[in-house]
Write a new protein. Structure first.
Length: 346
């Protein structure tokens, strides 16, 4: 059961990362308001593909909650009814959560697919939570953390609704991202602690402490990066899609983000060489430097070449992979310290 639990948790982790990738694509394409309501999309479980589906139709069966666009405003069916030749205003009420009433089929389906991935990722989480009941006697924390993950996914879904209702408020997008990273961390913890055997790795206190600092810095970079991304979104709306120059308009938090990246690089290079010198056995650390190198490449490309296609989602996705690897190595280091303490006491 423990191995099945671990395999299911791995599936959940992959799907959560797919949700993060889908979310990055949503932001790259400006599709965050592609579905102006939640959890449905224009009141449908399967969203429309053409603007004609959102226009009033005479002699048409409407279901409660279905949305149409009238005079650049969203109108919601207040009950089930069949329309007459003229629109009866008593059957409709204005959508009051926000005033965004634009239909773009590409944006709608990109956002819809993002939501589908979100719903799909909840299935293995629910499954391994049920499995954790059978592991209660062996690992009580499995059930507690699994239930926390289910609650976290529910909170994420609610956050997704508030992000849409607020018309993409920046601080809510940041909270949404941080919560996704918390869920990733909990799933990684479950994957690691459900292992049947552990590698023979050495513990070094200085390595572990600096790694924790480096991981916190990565998190800070991700948070600042979401704020920089919001600035990019605003400029795209004001000046056209990347029809502007970031070198002349970049805000202060961009320069903070860029300066901190140098510190992140230096810390992780030091950690890499200390790891190799002491032969600590954390083989994943090479991946940390690969991720940082890719972060630098995509960051330079965005700044000097005006955001080439796909560099933005790659930048944020690689950052989330980076912090996931760093957290997993922290778990390995903590376990090697625990095993060393057991051996010493024995």
């Amino acid at each position: 059961m423990k191995q099945r639990f671990r395999k299911t948790a791995k599936v959940a982790l992959v799907l959560v990362y797919l949700v993060i990738i889908a979310g990055a694509v949503v932001r790259m394409t400006g599709s965050g308001m592609g579905c102006p309501d939640w959890p449905k999309c224009f009141g449908y479980y399967i969203p429309p593909t053409d603007i004609s589906e959102l226009q009033f139709k005479p002699n048409h069966d409407y279901k409660k909650g279905v949305v149409i666009i009238i005079n650049e405003e969203l109108q919601v069916a207040s009950k089930d009814f069949t329309s007459s030749n003229e629109r009866n205003v008593s059957n409709w009420k204005p959508y009051t959560e926000h005033d965004y009433a634009i239909f773009n089929p590409l944006h709608t389906w990109v956002e819809y697919i993002n939501r589908l991935f979100g719903a799909l990722s909840g299935l293995p989480i629910l499954i391994f939570t049920i499995m954790s009941i059978w592991l209660w006697r062996d690992k009580k924390r499995f059930l507690l953390l699994s239930v926390f993950t289910v609650i976290g996914m529910g909170f994420q879904a609610w956050l997704g609704k508030t992000v849409v209702d607020s018309n993409l408020a920046p601080y809510k997008i940041t909270i949404h991202m941080v919560m996704a990273l918390v869920i990733v961390a909990v799933i990684l913890y479950l994957i690691y602690t459900s292992k049947s055997t552990y590698k023979d790795q050495k513990f070094d206190l200085k390595f572990r402490n600096v790694l924790i600092v480096a991981t916190i810095l990565t998190l800070v970079q991700i948070i600042i990066g979401t704020q920089v991304r919001q600035f990019v979104d605003v400029q795209n709306k004001l000046n056209g899609y990347f029809n502007w120059d970031i070198q002349s308009l970049a805000p202060l938090n961009f320069y903070i983000h860029r300066s901190l990246s140098i510190l992140v690089l230096l810390l992780n290079v030091w950690l890499f060489f200390r790891h190799r010198k002491l032969r600590l056995g954390y083989n994943k650390y090479t991946l940390v430097l690969v991720c940082i190198a890719l972060e630098i490449v995509t960051g330079v490309a965005m700044y000097y070449f005006n955001f080439p296609f796909s560099t933005q989602p790659l930048h944020i996705v690689i950052a989330t992979i980076l912090i996931g690897i760093q957290f997993y190595i922290i778990l390995e280091s903590h376990n090697s310290h625990r095993l060393k303490s057991i051996e010493t006491s024995a």
